[in-house]
Design a binder for this molecule. Structure first.
Ligand code: GLU
Length: 546
């Protein structure tokens, strides 16, 4: 009776009961085995790689099983909220090929289990908190910040565990009259869990990735509702995932320590728990040791990085799948170009130790994906990226579309296509020498070649160059020139008797390549000359002659 009276005192305006919400959000009518998952980011404007990492797991689990994938916005901390963040989360996820079946959209919600923004669910949480208070599972705590600070100091002195529990939980058993008195004095209150656990007891719970875990029971009277009626993560998670009928909670391993709190709450309500998948931290190698990716040090932690650098979403997926499921790579080897959604993703094949994220590997996979595309397709994607992130370059490639497709097409459409490009910003760097406005001598002539020789090579080349020559003829002429200038036509000959020659044919072609492209490495030189045109070839060589 006392608890019911206190609950009414604390929540006089709450006139619905938890049954009302149970009916409002009934169990979903889905086929057997269908999974319901969600991501629950905070709208801070910073969307990190971990969100995509989790979202891929959620998306696969849900859509592989004809289930439902939701976007829930955890906006309980209004100070960290950034305007437009929900739109940004949606558009970023869409860019990465992730579609939600339900959830918060830029303006409003989509789906029957909303609202999907936690601040709009205030009365739902308060109804469930009222139920807990009425049933003795929670209570109001009127302690002020300074009360809690003092308690902490005292705990420190006595070398006792920090927190609000056991004998330290001084408002645990306030009488009805004491609660009335506090309220009359206009004291604000939070609602705390009345934990029944003891850390000397062990509970076991099954994690879908890690197997059965043993953990100490919770004994902390955690805050469930803050003084403004807004829930903490712990409470919101339990209420929302129950009412949204989530079957699988995929979240970062940072939530493992408070998992017993969540399990205790589920048990107080008498609800089935969803299945839990606590994912490993994304780590990177730094000077030989593993460390967490850091917002300050690692731009690649932000999803905007991949977008602005012009990474292909499918390559990022492909790479993340290799980290997520140990059997993905063998599957890919056996299944060539199949859509990765045909791969059966399972939580059992996930690693539970820190997942190592390696940009170099991502770049390798991206190169492979891009190498399979036609020059036209590469042009379209490069151009779409440039339009948004590099308008000047967009103008350039639009004005010289044929030339751009030509340079992008060199070395494609063969068994072992060239793998030069892994993202569009780097792709720009790779091809920009073909446009006069960007042409620049980036590499130095090899020091092994004397300055006079460089000049003779270039002069002779300019004389012999005929733009209409086919590749074979052109190369025969290079060989003649090489021989004439005292360089070895066959590298082998040069290696045998180096003193006999001034160098070998690769020195000669490097000099020519450098003059024409500004670089010592480039795709096929003859093809480049053809797409640059006779005038440009003459101009670049002439410019290099002093
Ligand atoms: N907002 C929480 C986080 O970003 C969500 C955790 C969860 O998925 O339950 O860590």
């Amino acid at each position: 009776m006392k608890n019911i009276a206190i609950a009414d005192l604390l929540f006089p305006d709450i006139n619905k009961d938890i049954e009302f919400y149970e009916k409002m959000y009934p169990p979903r009518k889905l086929k057997e085995g269908a999974k319901v998952t969600r991501i629950a980011p905070s709208p801070t404007g910073f969307i990190h790689l971990g969100i995509l990492y989790g979202a891929i797991i959620d998306e696969r689990l849900a859509h592989q099983s004809d289930g439902v994938f939701m976007l829930r916005i955890e906006d309980t901390d209004s100070k960290r909220e950034v305007e437009g963040a929900v739109g940004l989360i949606n558009s970023t996820m869409r860019f990465f090929g992730i579609e939600f079946d339900e959830g918060a959209v830029e303006k409003g919600d989509k789906g029957e289990y909303g609202p999907y923004r936690q601040r709009q669910r205030r009365d739902i949480y308060r109804t469930f908190a009222k139920y807990l208070v009425a049933n003795g599972y929670a209570y109001p705590c009127f302690c002020t910040e300074s009360d809690l600070d003092k308690m902490r100091d005292r705990q420190k002195q006595l070398k006792e565990n920090f927190g609000y529990y056991g004998k330290w939980a001084i408002h645990r058993d306030l009488s009805y009259d004491e609660v009335v008195k506090q309220l009359e004095q206009k004291q604000t209150f939070v609602i705390r869990l009345r934990s029944v656990g003891s850390p000397s007891n062990t509970i076991q719970a099954r994690d879908e990735i890690r197997g059965i875990l043993s953990m100490p029971e919770n004994n902390q009277d955690m805050v469930l509702l803050k003084s403004d009626g807004i829930p903490t993560y712990h409470f919101a998670h339990v209420i929302d995932d129950h009412l949204m009928r989530t079957t699988h909670v995929v979240r970062a391993e940072e939530w493992l320590p408070t998992w017993p709190v969540h399990l205790e709450l589920f048990s107080f309500f008498g609800w089935d728990t969803p299945k839990f998948c606590h994912t490993a931290q994304l780590m990177k190698m730094d000077n030989g040791s593993k460390r967490k990716l850091s917002k300050r040090k690692d731009p690649e932690l932000s999803l905007e990085y991949y977008r602005s650098q012009g990474y292909l979403p499918e390559a990022v997926w492909e790479y993340l799948m290799t980290i997520l499921n140990s059997n993905f790579e063998p599957w890919r080897l056996a299944n060539g170009n199949k859509d990765l959604k045909e791969f059966e993703f399972t939580t059992a094949k996930m690693s539970n130790s820190g997942a190592l994220f390696d940009l170099v590997k991502l770049n390798g996979i991206s190169k492979q994906v891009i190498a399979q595309m036609s020059g036209e397709r590469v042009y379209d994607l490069l151009s779409a990226w440039a339009k948004r992130y590099d308008p000047e370059f967009y103008q350039t490639i639009s004005a010289e579309k044929d030339k751009t497709i030509a340079i992008l097409s060199i070395g494609r459409n063969k068994k072992k296509p060239r793998k030069d490009i892994y993202c569009w910003s780097q792709g720009k760097e790779f091809i920009k020498f073909v446009y006069d406005k960007y042409y620049l001598q980036e590499d130095e002539y090899p020091i092994s070649i004397q300055a006079d020789d460089i000049q003779s090579i270039l002069k002779s080349y300019l004389e012999m160059y005929r733009h209409c020559d086919q590749k074979e003829t052109w190369f025969e002429k290079i060989k003649l020139l090489t021989h004439k200038l005292g360089y070895a036509v066959r590298v082998k000959d040069y290696k045998q008797i180096p003193n006999k020659y001034r160098g070998n044919i690769t020195d000669v072609t490097t000099v020519i390549r450098l003059a024409i492209t500004g670089r010592s490495n480039s795709p096929d030189l003859w093809a480049i000359q053809q797409l640059l045109g006779e005038k440009a070839v003459h101009k670049r060589i002439s410019q290099a002659i002093r």
